[in-house]
Design a protein around this ligand. Structure first.
Ligand SMILES: Nc1nc2c(ncn2[C@@H]2O[C@H](COP(=O)(O)OP(=O)(O)OP(=O)(O)O)[C@@H](O)[C@H]2O)c(=O)[nH]1
Ligand SMILES: [Zn+2]
Length: 185
């Protein structure tokens, strides 16, 4: 797989009019193939393995918030990075998830070719599936290199996306509490 990717990167380098045999580029196809595999390693992960049964019984009945989880993803339109942070809140229903697992879930979906809206939904649905929570809210704020380095070249705009499930969707007070926790905590 890496060999095949590496071959394609060599062709890309040639297509750009560069000489893939010059010293600085000699190992670049292999490096680039490895880097790209790293950046999309989420395809090789599964929710079950990642969670590793780290779901614990708890009678907490307040919103749990995990804020400012940094994320690095690749837009599926240009294969350029988008970079930002993710906030996840949930209202447990007898079970809580190991803290680190939220960041692992974010990475599993972020490390793929993505659009931000789908990424947000996939994270929310995974958290709901794993915890059986009464409600889940996910917000992502990100900057897209395809809008900054090329195209419209806007350096200061960012995109916010959110997905609210269960009580976060139905109950305005729960949703407001989540939003104010994200803003103020
Ligand atoms: N909704 C959404 N759009 C995205 C995301 N990442 C990139 N895009 C957009 O995908 C669109 C692709 O538009 P096209 O017109 O097909 O491609 P393009 O000619 O390269 O577009 P420009 O970026 O406007 O130059 C652009 O508007 C991008 O800004 C994302 O995560 N969500
Ligand atoms: Zn893009």
């Amino acid at each position: 797989m890496c060999d095949e990717l590496s071959h394609h990167f060599q062709e890309i380098i040639k297509g750009l009019g560069e000489d893939p045999s010059r010293e600085g580029l000699r190992d670049t196809p292999t490096r680039a193939a490895k880097a790209m595999q790293f950046l999309t390693r989420g395809y090789n992960e599964s929710l079950e393995t990642l969670v590793n049964n780290a779901v614990f019984t708890s009678d907490t009945d307040e919103i749990v918030l995990v804020k400012d989880i940094e994320l690095y993803s690749m837009c599926e339109h240009h294969m350029l990075p988008f970079i930002g942070k993710c906030h996840i809140g949930y209202l447990p229903d007898g079970k809580v998830l190991g803290l680190s697992k939220f960041a692992r879930i974010v990475d599993m979906y972020a490390r793929r070719l993505q659009i931000q809206e789908n990424l947000t939904r996939q994270i929310a649905e995974a958290v709901r599936q794993v915890t059986g929570a009464k409600g889940v809210g996910v917000i992502i704020e990100a900057k897209h290199m395809c809008m900054m380095m090329r195209g419209v070249e806007k350096q200061n705009s960012s995109m916010s996306t959110s997905v609210m499930l269960g009580s976060f969707r139905r109950n305005i007070e729960t949703r407001q509490e989540f939003l104010s926790l994200v803003r103020h905590q």
